[in-house]
Write a protein that binds this ligand. Structure first.
Ligand code: AKG
Length: 270
């Protein structure tokens, strides 16, 4: 199994529940992804809004299958897929992907949650999942960078419930966890990535700034851990990895079909 991450990076992930990898993608590669996303009518059409407690809206587009579009190619590239496989320790499949667009001034917050809090309800048996978050814009506290609660993956799965339109981790537990653990704002440059465990509590604030904060996010699952229920995931086959050089050949490779986009808010309770 290839091991693109260093021992220190893997140890950080194991103890803290996440690891930041600066410069996973170069600026010119991110520019190609953004150029495509801004021109991609199918991607825009499939976007929907998720409002936070204050009624601010984060626009997101979700898709179930990794295809040959440039966003999927980024996530199928070895620097991502091999790293996730190294962290999960087993062959991996795709779970879901999304583009989260926090627009200047209006982009909403994400409350504390675990990705496994969602996936559990859709029949994923074990927390053998990890997420790759790639920043497409510089992100900091002002425009709502993602924040990790260090070590929270060791708390196990926390019950989730709806607060408004968001599915959030149990507030009482989160409050205690916040007192005992530290919260790390992941300030990122475009092209930096954060890999995090599916039980790591994470959140982000609303974008009050005049700078956009877009991110490309993929959740991967262990191939041995396929969901036993229907849901917003594909899985079923191993990630078809591509070389890191392929992305630069994918200028303008937009989404091929509307069908790849699920366009539905996640609702394991439905
Ligand atoms: O975009 C963000 O800041 C967080 C997104 C997130 O946690 C999610 O999509 O599950």
């Amino acid at each position: 199994m290839p091991t693109p991450l260093s021992t220190e990076q893997v140890e950080h992930y194991a103890s803290q529940g996440f690891v930041t990898v600066p410069g996973l993608f170069a600026q010119d590669e991110i520019d190609l992804v953004l150029e495509a996303a801004l021109a991609d009518e199918k991607l825009t059409r499939a976007a929907y809004s998720r409002t936070d407690r204050e009624g601010n809206e984060t626009r997101m587009t979700v898709w179930d299958e990794l295809g040959d579009d440039i966003y999927s190619i980024a996530m199928r590239s070895r620097r991502v897929a091999d790293a996730v496989e190294q962290l999960i320790g087993e062959p991996i499949c795709h779970y879901n992907s999304k583009l989260n667009a926090k627009e200047p001034k209006v982009g909403g917050s994400w409350e504390w949650h675990q990705d496994y809090g969602y996936a559990y309800g859709y029949g994923v048996l074990a927390p053998k999942m990890a997420t790759c978050f790639i920043s497409l814009d510089p992100s900091n506290r002002e425009n709502g960078c993602i924040e990790m609660m260090a070590g929270s993956h060791l708390l196990g799965r926390i019950d989730h419930d709806f607060v408004g339109k968001q599915y959030c981790a149990d507030q009482a537990r989160v409050s205690v966890a916040e007192e005992r653990l530290s919260v790390v704002p992941c300030e990122l440059n475009a092209g930096d990535a954060v890999f995090f465990h599916c039980n790591t509590l994470h959140r982000s604030s609303a974008n009050r700034s005049d700078r956009r904060r877009w991110a490309l996010i993929t959740v991967f699952n262990a191939l041995s851990n396929l969901p036993f229920k229907e849901g917003p995931h594909s899985g079923l086959h191993p990630v078809d990895k591509v070389g890191d050089d392929v992305l630069r050949t994918c200028r303008g490779r937009l989404s091929a079909t509307d069908k790849v986009f699920q366009g539905q808010a996640y609702n394991p309770a439905a």
